[in-house]
Write a protein that binds this ligand. Structure first.
Ligand SMILES: [Zn+2]
Length: 364
């Protein structure tokens, strides 16, 4: 079974497309527009065994494929030794890159603008400006600004920054965008973490100097559960989803008739979960939040049916994202009832390996 398909439809959907230009489109010299097109990265669009269209990152692709092939009686390799095992199964040269191409369009009016440490997304909210979701660490700033400009916007068009949570790899660059004129929005319960640079930001994993100089700021807009954020010509629904952090929040956008879920580290692709190993994460509350998301997506009276999942890290999901929401909920429920830690990465779990082993191998 051929499981990797380059779908022309999806290539169109997620290839970089310059949008609202800072100068009217007709004033951009044709050659310049062409150059921009030529710089556009190709993105590998892959169909999963369950028929989902996803943009894989290499890390995820390699480990999923390894789970299909590594005999169950062999132990899963430690991460530091995994390269040799990947090479043994001819998985050391993945067909996709570690960092997803940016800028790329991932939904109508939504672009991926950074992908190295986390995924930062840009929403075109019309003439009033741009919304940036999770700027990430400070090392992202120049990358994001360059991508914003390559899409034809100005850096000062970024009017709002919305954060899925206060971890440094999602929000540490907030202060720099605030200085450029953006309003900073953070889930109510994570406001203190960003304003004081507390340990909730998980800054303790940074080098000592960077911890000391954590760029704190005053949050402009604490976000409530169920709040409808009217930002330019977009309405974004905020759903409080503790407890990767206390104030973890998912954001929902209707785009082109489909529901887009900005999942942060609360919900990711295919059993990947938030890193719940911090002292500030609560697994019971986390499980309840995933149930809340799944229930919202299944309510026939609701307009929400999870289609597109734009997570904080890893593989991006372009259709049938309700599968990932259900998987996340189920996995946390199983871990809770088994009394075991919630594991952010599923690949080495026996449960996951038993399910994946022997599945069709992706074509190269
Ligand atoms: Zn996080």
């Amino acid at each position: 079974m051929k499981t990797v398909v380059a779908s022309p439809l999806l290539s169109v959907a997620i290839n970089p497309v310059p949008s609202r230009a800072a100068v009217p489109r007709e004033e951009i010299p044709a050659q310049q527009a062409k150059l921009r097109e030529r710089r556009a990265p190709d993105i590998a669009v892959t169909q999963t065994e369950e028929g989902q269209s996803v943009a894989y990152d290499a890390f995820t692709w390699q480990r999923r494929e390894l789970a299909k092939r590594l005999p169950l009686d062999e132990p899963w390799p430690a991460e530091k030794d995994i390269e040799a095992t990947l090479a043994r199964f001819d998985l050391d040269k993945p067909p996709v890159s570690e960092v997803l191409p940016a800028p790329s369009r991932v939904a109508p009016d939504v672009y991926l603008v950074a992908s190295k440490t986390n995924h930062a997304y840009l929403i075109d909210a019309g003439p009033a400006g741009l919304v940036l979701v999770d700027p990430g660490p400070e090392t992202n700033v120049e990358v994001i600004l360059a991508n914003v400009e390559s899409l034809g916007f100005a850096r000062t068009d970024i009017k709002w920054v919305i954060n899925t949570h206060a971890h440094f790899d999602h929000s540490m660059a907030d202060a720099q965008f605030q200085r450029l004129g953006a309003k900073i929005l953070v889930g109510e319960a994570d406001v203190g973490a960003v304003e004081k640079g507390t340990l909730v930001t998980a800054k303790y994993v940074l080098p000592p100097d960077e911890q000391k100089s954590y760029p704190t700021l005053e949050v402009d807009w604490p976000v409530d559960d169920g709040e409808e954020l009217r930002l330019g010509d977009k309405t974004i629904l905020a759903i409080a989803t503790p407890d990767h952090t206390d104030g973890s929040t998912c954001y929902v956008l209707q785009a082109g008739g489909r529901t887009v879920l900005f999942g942060g580290d609360t919900i990711l692709f295919d059993y990947r979960l938030g890193a719940q190993g911090t002292p500030f994460a609560d697994n019971e509350r986390y499980g309840a939040s995933l149930k809340k998301l799944a229930t919202l997506g299944l309510n026939p009276k609701s307009s929400i049916r999870w289609d597109i999942l734009l997570p904080g890290h890893g593989t991006i999901v372009l259709n049938r994202a309700y599968l990932d929401v259900s998987k996340g909920m189920r996995q946390v429920q199983l871990d809770l009832s088994d009394g075991i830690p919630v594991n952010a990465l599923p690949f080495g779990n026996l449960y996951y390996r038993q399910m994946m082993f022997g599945r069709p191998v992706a074509a190269r």
